[in-house]
Design a binder for this molecule. Sequence first.
Ligand SMILES: Nc1ncnc2c1ncn2[C@@H]1O[C@H](COP(=O)(O)OP(=O)(O)OP(=O)(O)O)[C@@H](O)[C@H]1O
Ligand SMILES: [Mg+2]
Length: 211
Amino acid sequence: MDEILGGGIPENRTVLISGTCGTGKTTLGVQFLTASGPGIYVSFEEDLDNIREYSKTFGWDLNDMEAKGKLRLLKYDPFRLEDILEVIQNNIREIGAKRIVFDSISALGIYMKDVSELRRMIIQTASLMRKNKCTTLMISEVMPNSRALSRFGVEEFIADGVILLDNVIEKNDMKRAISVWKLRGSDHSRGIHSYSITDKGISVKKSSGRG
Ligand SMILES: Nc1ncnc2c1ncn2[C@@H]1O[C@H](COP(=O)(O)OP(=O)(O)OP(=O)(O)O)[C@@H](O)[C@H]1O
Ligand SMILES: [Mg+2]
């Protein structure tokens, strides 16, 4: 994945991970935190014990990382984000977090009056994370066949980068395809690359060209 990104996810930036259901957004988010840390996973919907359990299938022992202070899993109600940003910052300071994942920011939008409020909330969150020197992944849900990059149509403009995880239908098969829509300041690939989810997590297939 670092290769198609032109060197990886830039430090202290916010990158949107967009995709329809089951494309591996949560898996990628957890993988990002297990690869290097310390990190924080903020869930707005998914039960944390489910994530701990599900991660075991990829060989990631989140309990152990949590015990060693390398990872924190936090769950909040999405409509409380404004109140909990301070709490999240305290958690960042306590473990010296360098990476943070919000799963998903689409959940925030559902509780907001309008998209301008969501936009303001995402900008505020992204800039706070940057101030705290955290590299941030914001997970964004996309409706199938919509060709959109986010649920509310504002998320992709705020992020420094957008990675799309897609299901491409080919005959009777669904092929997994990943593409980098943008990454500010990077000469990233513009190709559509196939990826797979295996018992080691997400892996992008090597392609011959730069794409
Ligand atoms: N061990 C595994 N081997 C191969 N594929 C797996 C494995 N575990 C999970 N998967 C695939 O990963 C998908 C789920 O990934 P994940 O939960 O990360 O997706 P998501 O994009 O976060 O989904 P949602 O939108 O529902 O939150 C499953 O639907 C399945 O296809
Ligand atoms: Mg998910």
